[in-house]
Design a protein. Structure first.
Length: 505
């Protein structure tokens, strides 16, 4: 904050907050919120549309993801069943091959082959499930290993029973029982997997619903917050706070009093040492300020008996030109258009009041009896200040145009004939010359002067071509009228050029 600035806070909640957070700067926070409010106010409708579109996109994306998960699960389940069937088929074929050699091999050798085949079955099944199931699902992996262990024990018992009986009926029963048990094991594992996936999808659905409700709540709260800016009183309070901050920054030793809540007192009254008080009326409308607001402003200045400045932040003021000055009962009233919270524009209005008020005081001191300022003098003063302000604003444009014209005139200070004569004889550091390709007689130092010459040279060349064409045309007409049998030279008169052209026929 600027030195000697005064901020009065009467709200206990605000006071306690900044006491708890002493590292936070009040001025910085206010600037941040002012920028935020202005941005929200100007682009409120855009934010609403953007948020609605973002929420809709998120919901659509979530729905697409859910459909993709469902399709992936279905495809994975189909592939898994097909691989299990292939493993089962290979196992049964291997068992038939082993048992077919029962007559030529010993019991121990056949038993070893069967146990090895059983181990291969369990290993293939376990590897297939391990590749599919995530490693972080430890509980589910333990459940699968338990199911595989139980299945391994059962097929070991069944294979030992086949070796003890060793007939075709027993083999068929084993294959049938194995098919049922293996399918049952796969079904149990698949059911557990489906249950796990269902729980995860259900949890994901709950999270999605929770997020949607949270987004809707946030959107409703934001809409409610933005709707406040459509309220003229809330908008007026925001602009008044912004103007109060600007005035306190411009006049750190002045007393800036917020009078917006006091009847017939304007928005602010500024009190300075050895200076007259000034009442400020602030308006931030989209359309020009109406005449009724001007009447209220005059009434407020009359009631408070102080000079006044009417500030329109983003529009004009009906019946009042920019920096228009009125004298009402000895009070100076200034109207300023399109201030846009610019301190220089406000400072000009304040300077006008300070200068005119001193002049009015001098006139009042020098007057005798009940003499008053004439209307003509007041009108002259007003016109002079209007002219002064216009001239001040035009000075910037005049200076810029003057500089541009000076540069152009300096470039035109050339001696082309002298340069043409001296350039073949002496080496110079001049700019490269540009020759005219129409007449081949003119040389310019700049492209601009060459272009100006070419326009005149081209017109001159066109006129010469027209004259020569007209001469040839007239000659052809006159010679066509000569009789063929005449051989005496004749003289033909050219009307436009006033010259004589002799033709021998």
């Amino acid at each position: 904050m600027e030195n000697n600035s005064i901020i009065t806070i009467n709200n206990k909640k605000i006071f306690d907050f900044y006491n708890r957070n002493s590292n936070m700067d009040i001025e910085t926070n206010n600037l941040l919120f002012i920028d935020l409010f202005e941005s929200i106010f100007q682009q409120g409708s855009t934010i609403n549309k953007s948020l609605s579109s973002q929420i809709l996109n998120e919901i659509t994306s979530l729905k697409t993801s859910m459909n993709s998960i469902h399709n992936n699960v279905s495809s994975l389940s189909s592939d898994l069943i097909l691989k299990f069937l292939n493993i089962k088929k290979e196992y049964i074929e291997d068992m038939k091959t082993i048992l077919a050699t029962n007559t030529t091999n010993t019991y121990d050798k056949i038993n070893t082959l069967i146990e090895k085949n059983n181990s291969n079955l369990i290993d293939k099944t376990s590897l297939l499930l391990t590749d599919i199931i995530p490693k972080n699902q430890e509980t589910y992996n333990i459940l699968i290993q338990d199911k595989l262990s139980q299945f391994y024990s059962m097929i070991n018992m069944d294979t030992k029973q086949i070796l003890s009986q060793s007939n075709s009926t027993t083999l068929n029963e084993f294959i049938s029982n194995f098919d049922i048990k293996y399918s049952s094991m796969i079904h149990n594992i698949q059911s557990s997997s489906d249950e796990r996936i269902s729980k995860n999808i259900s949890a994901l659905k709950d999270i999605s619903i929770t997020n949607q409700l949270s987004q809707e709540k946030t959107f409703n709260e934001l809409s409610e917050f933005l709707n406040k800016y459509r309220n003229s009183s809330f908008k007026g309070q925001l602009t008044e706070n912004q103007l109060a901050f600007l005035l306190n920054k411009m006049f750190p030793v002045a007393e800036i009093t917020d009078t917006s809540s006091i009847k017939a007192s304007g928005d602010f009254i500024m009190k300075r040492e050895n200076k007259d008080n000034i009442l400020f009326e602030n308006k931030d409308y989209e359309k020009n300020v109406s005449a009724d607001e001007i009447k209220k402003f005059i009434r407020d200045c009359d009631t408070q008996n102080c000079h006044g400045i009417f500030l329109s932040q983003h529009c004009g003021i009906v019946t009042k030109s920019n920096y228009h000055i009125d004298i009402h009962k000895g009070l100076i009233l200034v109207y300023v258009h399109n201030v846009e919270y610019t301190n220089t524009r406000i400072q000009i209005a304040i300077d006008i009041i300070d200068s005119l008020s001193n002049k009015l005081k001098e006139l009042n001191i020098n007057t005798q009896d009940d003499n008053t300022i004439s209307a003509e003098l007041i009108e002259d003063i007003n016109n002079e200040y209007q002219k002064f302000i216009s001239q001040k604003e035009m000075l910037y444009i005049t200076l810029r145009d003057f500089q541009k014209k000076m540069n152009s005139q300096i470039e035109e200070l050339t001696l082309p004939s002298l340069e043409k004569y001296l350039s073949p004889k002496f080496a110079t550091a001049n700019k490269k010359s540009h020759n005219c390709d129409i007449c081949n007689n003119f040389s310019a130092t700049t492209i601009k002067s060459l272009s100006a010459h070419k326009r005149a040279c081209k017109n001159k060349s066109n006129i010469q071509i027209e004259i020569e064409s007209e001469l040839l045309h007239n000659v052809e007409i006159d010679t066509s009228s000569v009789q063929p049998e005449q051989s005496i030279p004749t003289t033909t008169k050219v009307s436009k050029s006033k010259k004589q052209v002799s033709n021998a026929v």
